[in-house]
Design a protein around this ligand. Structure first.
Ligand code: FES
Length: 162
């Protein structure tokens, strides 16, 4: 491996904005790979920076570590992922992101109307959810009128630590 393409964990942390412990954590979770130099110190390929940027971006849209791992597993190991590799991920990722975008728009635009949660506290509830009819909706319990992505029990919060 060309020395210019090799980074120490300190250089990776500095350039990526992650802590060294977070880099080690993601490596222990199999999301990153490193080699060891003669002194046993980790050496990372420079391409690890794109993986870390992807991890952060995915975490910021609420993807779990498992979801991130599934996507990164699509990348070839042992060689630098090229544009086609990343394009394959973005194509697969698009459906997942579109669902989240729809959910976020609904959250942004929908909270001032009835969401079918059973509170019956808004004027619109009388029309949209008379006598809490939503309670027997297949999408209940919870806010039956919100998109699936906003009703998941595990929510948006990723388990990844940054
Ligand atoms: S907003 Fe809660 S039931 Fe309508």
């Amino acid at each position: 491996m060309d020395a210019r393409d090799e980074l120490s964990i300190g250089q990776v942390a500095e350039r990526s904005g992650f802590t060294a412990s977070a880099v080690r954590y993601y490596e222990s979770e199999g999301l990153l790979e490193s080699s060891r130099d003669a002194g046993g110190r980790r050496r990372f390929r420079r391409t690890v920076l794109r993986r870390l940027a992807f991890i952060r971006a995915a975490s910021n849209v609420g993807c779990s570590l498992q979801e991130i791992r599934e996507e990164l597993d699509r990348l070839p190991s042992g060689r630098t992922p090229n544009k086609a590799d990343w394009h394959r991920i973005s194509r697969h990722w698009r459906a997942r992101l579109d669902e989240r975008i729809e959910a976020l728009e609904k959250l942004r635009d929908g909270l001032d109307s009835c969401i079918g949660c059973g509170c019956l506290s808004l004027g619109t509830c009388r029309m949209s959810n008379p006598r809490d009819a939503a309670a027997s909706d297949a999408r209940a319990p919870g806010a039956a009128f919100l998109p699936t992505a906003l009703r998941r029990e595990d929510g948006f919060h990723s388990s990844a630590t940054v």
